[in-house]
Design a protein around this ligand. Structure first.
Ligand code: PLP
Length: 285
């Protein structure tokens, strides 16, 4: 049983209880993060915590933990749960009110919950070991605040489920102008003629930490050109490679979209080069 953290105490996960009047439970009124940790080493701790702070500020939750306090919590979770490969889940809601009323309550403390869960081995840059993802693609029907990592994930859940029910691993999303946004729980990239291209950030996409680290590593290395711009679904279907990225997946190669083969249907050479660079550099963030 994982040891969790709830409002100042460490306890077995199944003993962690919150009130049904918590605004996270009633309204999905909160922010979360997931940080991967391999053998006690986290990937992207700094940018993850910065995104958490930005999210809390964006929704007006008064919560002023320092980066050091977050670091101590993550370290405790790692120590208490064995330092294997863990996803560290951090979650802050606006707190528990006495009534169900939409307006922000005053003077109630935020609810802070965290736990860890086991994740698989560190992804490796090896085509033979890479999972080949098959994904659905559908019109993005979520809200216009997708840049906030809100715990209110029903829009994402419904999109994921749509693909899952058809046997797909993920669901790519596109807007009313047929432009790629992201996937239900990942950012998305295409590769065309050796260039790595990903949709530019706006309020229709989560600023993914894996996306951020990957772009930074590729730009510093300089051997693979990178573009952030609009990407049409026609470009997606005619791409040489398509990737989805997230903290638990690193860079995942997509070989089929809605039954249509991507490129030659294999994990690509640019994926191999990018995952090699990512694996070598990701612990520096
Ligand atoms: N986009 C969405 C909607 C997500 O839920 C996630 C991760 O949960 C991502 C992108 C990837 O973000 P990150 O790389 O920070 O895990």
């Amino acid at each position: 049983m994982s040891i969790a953290y709830l409002n100042g105490s460490y306890l077995p996960l199944d003993q962690a209880k919150i009130s049904p009047m918590d605004r996270g439970f009633l309204f999905g009124d909160g922010i979360y993060e997931v940080i991967p940790s391999y053998n006690g080493k986290m990937v992207g701790f700094g940018p993850h915590i910065e995104r958490m702070k930005n999210g809390l500020a964006a929704i007006g939750v008064q919560f002023d933990w320092t980066t050091k306090q977050w670091a101590d919590l993550c370290q405790q979770l790692i120590e208490k749960n064995g330092s294997g490969n863990l996803g560290l889940y951090l979650h802050v809601t606006r707190g528990t009110d006495s009534k169900r009323f939409h307006a922000f309550p005053e003077n109630i403390p935020a609810t802070v919950f965290a736990y860890s869960f086991e994740i698989g081995p560190e992804p490796v840059a090896d085509k033979a070991l890479a999972k080949k993802y098959r994904v659905a693609a559908t019109r993005d029907l979520r809200w216009e605040r997708c840049h906030i990592k809100s715990i209110a994930l029903l829009g994402n859940v419904l999109h994921f489920q749509q693909g899952y029910e058809q046997g797909y691993d993920e669901t790519l999303l596109f807007n009313a102008d047929n432009q790629l946004t992201e996937a239900s729980a990942c950012n998305a990239f295409i590769v065309k003629n050796g260039t790595v291209i990903t949709p530019a950030l706006d309020n229709a996409k989560l600023p993914g930490i894996t996306r951020h680290i990957l772009l930074d590593i590729l730009r510093r290395d300089g051997s693979i050109p990178v573009e952030e711009r609009d990407v049409s679904m026609d470009e997606v279907y005619s791409a040489d490679e398509v990737w989805i990225t997230s903290s638990s997946k690193d860079i995942a190669a997509v070989v089929q979209i809605n039954g249509t083969t991507v490129g030659n249907g294999e994990v690509g050479d640019v994926w191999l080069a990018a995952q090699t660079l990512y694996s070598a550099g990701k612990f520096n963030y």
